[in-house]
Design a protein around this ligand. Structure first.
Ligand code: C5P
Length: 242
């Protein structure tokens, strides 16, 4: 069963504050997007990877994956394609999904994996692909919430306390039967023929939830944390150095 992975990596990384797109930020000398793609291919469960980056970065990222003399190539470069993403994350995923559906019509399973979750272990990728192969149409990795969570109003005044036992944080990859994720994006207003896409803030599984279709969970991994801030990057640097 053919498995396609989409890697939205077209963000500008403002919150990280390093003056370059987050996906290109080196972690232990290796750009986050390269680490994310390596994790996918090292799982042995992914056949093709489509990476969506800013238009201005397409050539640079293609050369990263093509490998340079003396550098370790990222898996089989022929299985990695780099294309232009969109104005927001959902548009980047939609562009890659559209391209992937055309180029890989045989794909049964699709993973959506943020470059920002660069240290996701290959074993978690394998678990997600297996879940879909065994019949789950949508699966996300989750972790329990350690902190108490409060809802606040615009002035910062507490409105209530959430029941932490029912809350989970969600990581990537998120895994789907290809036909279901395509339906979810179509129903969300993304044109199946590709150009001209709406903007929205739900994650990929959130679009499936809107269809009323079940989304399953598997235990996430602390290493699959999202690198968003300078603090996260520092933690990630310490992790790859040990
Ligand atoms: O900004 P944030 O970290 O939430 O973005 C999550 C992922 O979505 C990142 O990997 C980022 O590169 C990607 N993204 C994208 N296209 C955008 C904005 C974000 O692919 N226009």
């Amino acid at each position: 069963m053919s498995v396609l992975a989409l890697v939205p990596a077209a963000g500008d990384g403002v919150r990280l504050g390093v003056g370059m797109p987050k996906a290109l930020v080196p972690l232990g000398g290796i750009p986050l997007v390269v680490r994310a793609v390596r994790g996918l291919l090292d799982s042995g469960s992914v056949d093709h990877v489509l990476v969506a980056v800013r238009e201005a970065d397409v050539a640079r990222v293609r050369s990263l994956f093509a490998g340079r003399p003396g550098q370790r190539p990222v898996g089989d470069a022929a299985r990695i394609e780099v294309l232009t993403g969109g104005a927001d994350r959902a548009s980047s995923v939609a562009a890659a999904l559209c391209y992937g559906a055309r180029q890989h019509p045989e794909a049964h399973t699709v993973l959506v994996h943020d470059a920002a979750h660069a240290l996701t272990p290959p074993e978690l990728v394998r678990i997600l692909v297996t879940s879909v192969a065994e019949g789950a149409d949508a699966v996300v990795p989750v972790l329990p919430v350690a902190d108490t969570v409060k809802e606040v109003d615009a002035d910062g005044r507490v409105l209530g306390t959430a029941d932490r036992s029912a809350l989970r944080t969600v990581q990537t990859p998120q895994a789907f039967r290809m036909a279901l994720l395509r339906r979810a994006y179509r129903e969300a207003g993304f044109d199946p023929e590709c150009p001209g896409t709406p903007s929205l803030s739900a994650d990929d599984a959130g679009l499936v939830e809107r269809l009323g279709e079940p989304v399953h969970t598997v235990p996430g991994d602390p290493l699959a944390f999202k690198i968003t801030t300078a603090w996260d990057l520092r933690v990630a640097e310490l992790l790859v150095a040990t």
